[in-house]
Design a protein around this ligand. Structure first.
Ligand SMILES: [Zn+2]
Length: 206
């Protein structure tokens, strides 16, 4: 479902028509998956001054083939309560991974993780372990990519206003998957629409 709205350029104030999506179904519109992955769906370029502006909107990302639904809520708690209440009765969502995210960057990250065939809870655990090992404290890390012959995982994080990257070995990820296997209650908690992030994970690490 595509909509038009008017956005205002943060640099020059130009009012411009932009498209946004209330629903993103990547089986019906496969081209939207790459537009989510590279972030194009959430920015617009001002035709007058060339500034890239962020486009914030709520949307439901649905990949029926991957059995994945991610609700981008912008932190709207009333909407999140409504989503969680509704999903309790949807038996046809069996086998689905259901997630809530606050910002478009979080949605992009989730899609990257699941496209790579990885488990987002294990990735959250990798971030936690890596931030601790590096002595970074409270830092917002994001999964960026997995590549190379050894399937190295790259995480990004902000430091002094710059984006930094750190590579971790695939064995770290496997270790985290092992911890999850030995502690099945963590995954059981991730049923229904859940926001799986560092805060969510911290409840199990106390
Ligand atoms: Zn402009």
């Amino acid at each position: 479902m595509e909509n038009e709205t008017t956005a205002i350029c943060r640099q020059c104030g130009l009012k411009h028509g932009v498209r946004l999506y209330e629903r993103i179904n990547v089986r019906e519109a496969p081209e939207l998956k790459s537009e989510v992955l590279d972030g194009r769906l959430f920015v617009w370029e001002c035709p007058q001054c060339g500034t890239l502006n962020l486009l914030r909107y709520k949307t439901l990302y649905h990949d029926p083939d991957a059995r994945l639904m991610v609700w981008l809520t912008l932190g709207d708690e009333a909407l999140e309560a409504q989503i969680q209440a509704g999903s309790a009765h949807l038996e046809d969502l069996d086998g689905y991974t259901l997630r809530l995210v606050r910002e478009s960057g979080d949605l992009i990250e989730k899609v990257k993780i699941f496209e790579a065939g990885l488990d987002d809870i294990a990735i959250e655990m990798c971030k936690y372990v890596t931030a601790r090992e590096m002595g970074l404290g409270e830092v917002s890390m994001k999964f960026l990519k997995i590549d190379g012959a050894d399937s190295e995982i790259t995480l990004s994080y902000p430091s002094n206003g710059q984006m930094q990257m750190v590579e971790i070995g695939f064995n770290t990820y496997e270790d985290c998957c092992g911890i999850l296997l030995r502690n099945p209650s963590i995954k059981e908690k991730a049923t229904g629409f859940v926001r799986v992030d560092s805060q969510w994970l911290s409840a199990f690490l106390a």
